[in-house]
Design a protein around this ligand. Structure first.
Ligand SMILES: C[S@@+](CC[C@H](N)C(=O)[O-])C[C@H]1O[C@@H](n2cnc3c(N)ncnc32)[C@H](O)[C@@H]1O
Length: 381
């Protein structure tokens, strides 16, 4: 196997081949992150390109559980320490913590690297135990449309919502926010301090269809975030990229809204808990299961087990599942543009179970943070 030049001369121990293959994949994931996510993020672009060529930095990520060995985790852990008040020149680079110092113009990577290795004692336990928990509130633009789309053929049934991988549950409150879909019509709760925007492409989703009454809503998460806990909220903020003030503003406003009446998020595994949560819902309710950027963290066999659990529930209840994950995450949905780079878009699939029959739809393609939404289904279904 050929390894990239940056690994030449790097000392490895016994499981050399597997370890090097994993480091090669990790280097590629940092390089991909820089290329696909950081077009408008000069700091994170430089940091991830630097890390991609730094075997010792990549090796550090091996402390994290397998599914979490991603650029976001180390970036969030460093950001967390800075948000927590770490007094360090690295802070000057981060718009979220820069206290008025001029933005440095030299390469930030050496400073980042020094910070990481000086703070290993604090960082290592975080890498081992934390996970990427970004609760992207703008994804509520999808739920605003999808809840209505899910209900079009069963509009007389009340809704019972369950979100797996809900993080702080901020997207369970999608009916409490204000929306701008670029068509000059303000939708949602016009008094809300949480203002969300999304450009519509493709067909128009059923944005003006009535939303049935919501009679229950619960989240499930391996590690629920309580927005009233300052430390937990700091981790949530750390997961949001520091060069995106609009995302920070949305998160802060949504956390403030949620703090007075937080959504219920149950601690547990999506696959193990989903049936029990649904069993407690009123029998006359239409159950809507939702997930965004969650099932990607599950092993493939667990994703299949999740679908099987929904099939069992759908055999006896009116159920709709709306899934927003990267293309290729779930075999049940077809990627309409398989030649495009998968990381730049999220595939939205919808499965309905009605009287025991199952119907699968590729409902939409969306930007990972819902900057845009390309709806595929016609607006009356
Ligand atoms: C990237 S975050 C996305 C959060 C939220 N869905 C959103 O779109 O804003 C993924 C969330 O899934 C949770 N998670 C990962 N694996 C899980 C599992 N097996 N069961 C339940 N939650 C899980 C994580 O704890 C994390 O909060």
């Amino acid at each position: 196997m050929a390894f990239p030049a940056q690994f030449e001369g790097f000392s490895v121990t016994s499981h050399e081949t597997a370890e090097m293959a994993e480091m090669t994949e990790m280097a590629a994931s940092f390089e991909r992150f820089a290329r696909l996510e950081c077009e408008e993020l000069p700091l994170y672009r430089r940091l991830t390109l630097g890390a991609a060529e730094d075997p010792e930095m990549l090796k550090l990520l091996a402390i994290a559980p397998r599914g979490q060995r991603r650029p976001n985790l180390i970036l969030a852990a460093v950001h967390y320490l800075l948000l927590d008040g770490a007094d360090d020149p690295l802070a000057d680079w981060y718009p979220t913590v820069n206290r008025g110092a001029p933005q440095p113009t030299v390469d930030p990577y050496p400073e980042f690297r020094r910070f990481v290795f000086e703070h290993l004692e604090e960082l290592a336990p975080m890498l081992a135990s934390r996970s990427t928990q970004t609760n992207e509130v703008n994804r509520s633009c999808l739920w605003f449309a999808a809840w209505r789309a899910a209900a079009t053929d069963v509009a007389d049934m009340p809704l019972a919502l369950v979100e797996v991988g809900a993080s702080a549950g901020l997207n369970l409150l999608a009916d409490r926010y204000r929306y701008d879909f670029g068509d000059r019509i303000e939708r949602g709760d016009r008094s809300s301090e949480v203002r969300l925007t999304c450009e519509l492409r493709g067909r128009v989703p059923p944005l003006d269809a009535p939303l049935p009454r919501i009679v229950a809503r619960h989240g499930i998460d391996l590690d629920p975030i309580d927005v009233r806990d300052p430390d937990a909220l700091r981790w949530l903020r750390a997961c949001v990229w520091p060069e995106q003030p609009d995302r920070h503003a949305r998160l802060d406003a949504a956390a403030k809204t949620a703090a007075s009446d937080p959504p219920s998020v149950i601690r547990g595994d999506a696959v193990d808990e989903v049936a029990d949560v649904i069993e407690a819902f009123p029998l006359d309710a239409h159950v809507v299961v939702m997930n965004s950027w969650t099932l990607t963290y599950l092993e493939r066999s667990r994703r299949e087990a999740f679908v099987a659990a929904l099939d069992l529930i759908g055999a006896t209840r009116t159920l709709t599942w709306v899934s927003a994950e990267h293309p290729g995450c779930l075999a049940v949905f077809r990627d309409p543009k398989p030649t495009l780079e998968p990381a730049s878009r999220t595939l939205v699939g919808m499965v309905r179970w009605r009287d025991g029959a199952r119907m699968v739809d590729n409902a939409a393609t969306v930007h990972p943070h819902l900057r845009w939404m390309e709806w595929r289904r016609s607006s009356n279904c």
